[in-house]
Write a protein that binds this ligand. Structure first.
Ligand code: GDP
Length: 449
């Protein structure tokens, strides 16, 4: 998962540091040496890693001068700030600039296989959700399948795609697409330009020509985060040739070690504006340095989690559930609803990853299994095999009822038992939460729940 190894390493370093009481400069230096190694192992550019650690050291020692350096918490806070900084800073320059008279033009450039065509469709889908009317333009005439791929994605999303027959000139295609966009009252035009396997002069010339002729508001490089420092070099080359306004880092859902995300901004000076986190057309997110930093440090990304929940959860249902919870009532019907809502938020693993301390949890073998398997299907089948009385009052469940449910849902009595146990645990947790006692209530308070 995203930043998994780096995150584990850093957590280990800070756990160690936390065990030492008052810190000496030597303790801090030793920990920072390890931080530097962890960064390098995550494929972060050597120079960036060194600068990073130097800045943390400077600030930590500065804090010491004023007599404040007493805990690993403070070092952690400084590391957090510096992570935010290398990822692009706080002020959210991840925003696209789409002001001015429509249609505005976004030009995508990048190497073949980086995810350019997929990202074009994802971006169109994202912008439509923001109230824009996008037009996709198939100007990658070099990769044979690219035009058809974009057309298929457009059909799937019901977003118009402008294309011309094989042999057409990419610069003309882009220019002609503008007239079409005006005709169709599109507010934003996304150009999928030619990729090559490697950077070569012809591709660069084509990209330069399109940029010159169309004067796009945004020129975004699509770069594959899995390729690490190679992505950084490619970004540097493109930036020198066409002067980028931003980047989309794709495949951040894979086991990319994080080096590209952590170096690319510092090396090129170009902000990362989006990240791709999957193959589907909705797997694109704005790139938020502060949220990513807190994910890297194992502090979770509670903000993104809440946003995702707000998008996918039925507010009325949620309100009803909340009222029941406050009364300490919770039955299997609610359990099923909660699981269904959770499922709508995307793969369970992605959701869990945003929770604080998830790395430790995910390392447990039981958890691995639960996250990979399609558990919900069976849970659903079991609960649907119960009578309404059983769902509302699970305490009536005796042996013969359990057998009947197992038969009806194609599961085993053991699995039914397991579900009921899980449900009981959850109910206890919820009762504790609604009474304000216990560890979960504390956690809920801590995160403003
Ligand atoms: P192009 O040659 O740059 O246009 O690349 P494509 O858009 O065809 O993408 C290449 C491959 O990468 C395809 O199999 C995509 O499904 C995949 N891909 C693109 N973006 C992502 C991403 O964010 N995550 C994952 N896991 N796969 C991606």
């Amino acid at each position: 998962a995203m930043f998994e190894n780096l995150s584990k390493r850093l957590e280990g370093i800070f756990n160690n540091l936390g065990g030492q009481g008052t810190l000496t400069e030597e303790d801090v230096n030793a920990a920072l040496r390890e931080v530097r190694l962890a960064l390098i192992e995550a494929d972060v550019n050597l120079k960036v890693a060194r600068q990073f650690v130097d800045r943390v050291k400077e600030k930590a020692i500065g804090a010491n001068v004023t007599g404040n350096l007493s805990s690993s918490q403070q070092v952690l806070a400084i590391v957090n700030d510096e992570l935010v900084e290398v990822l692009g800073g706080e002020d959210g320059n991840n925003k696209l600039d789409l002001g001015g008279t429509p249609p505005q033009i976004i030009m995508l450039v990048g190497l073949q296989g980086s995810g350019k065509t997929t990202s074009a469709a994802k971006l169109a889908n994202y912008l439509r959700k923001q109230g824009q009317r996008p037009l996709l333009v198939a100007a990658d005439m070099y990769r044979p399948a690219a035009v058809n791929q974009l057309k298929a994605l457009g059909r799937q999303l019901t977003i118009p795609v402008y294309s011309e027959p094989a042999g057409a000139d990419p610069v003309d295609i882009c220019a002609n697409s503008l007239a079409y966009a005006r005709e169709q009252a599109c507010s934003v035009v996304i150009l999928d330009t030619a990729g090559r396997l490697n950077i070569d002069e012809r591709m660069m010339n084509e990209v330069i020509n399109i940029r010159h002729r169309l004067q796009p508001r945004e020129v975004l490089l699509v770069a594959d985060a899995m390729t690490g420092q190679e992505a950084v070099r490619v970004a540097d080359d493109f930036n020198r040739a066409v002067s980028l306004t931003g980047m989309i880092l794709t495949k951040m859902d894979g086991d990319a070690r994080g080096g590209a995300a952590l170096s690319i901004r510092t090396v090129t000076g170009v902000p990362v504006k989006f990240m791709g986190i999957g193959e589907k057309t909705d797997a694109l997110e704005p790139f938020y340095p502060d949220r990513l930093a807190s994910r890297i440090l194992g502090m979770g990304d509670v903000l993104s989690l809440i946003e995702r929940a707000q998008e996918s959860i039925d507010q009325e249902e949620a309100l009803k559930a909340q009222q029941k919870l406050q009364q300490g009532k919770f039955d299997l019907e609610d359990f099923l609803n909660a699981m269904r809502q959770l499922k709508r938020m995307g793969p369970l693993r992605n959701v869990m990853e945003m929770l604080p301390g998830f790395n430790k949890l995910a390392a447990m073998p039981e958890m691995e299994e639960a996250l990979e398997g399609d558990q919900l299907k069976y849970v659903e089948a079991m609960i649907l095999s119960m009578t309404h009385e059983e769902r509302r009052n699970p305490d009536v469940m005796n042996g013969s009822r359990r057998k009947r449910i197992a038969r009806g849902s194609g599961t085993t009595v053991q699995e039914v038992n397991q579900l009921l146990e899980q449900f009981n645990e959850m109910r206890t947790m919820i009762r504790q939460m609604s009474s304000g006692k216990g560890p979960w209530a504390q956690m809920a308070r801590q995160y403003g729940g």
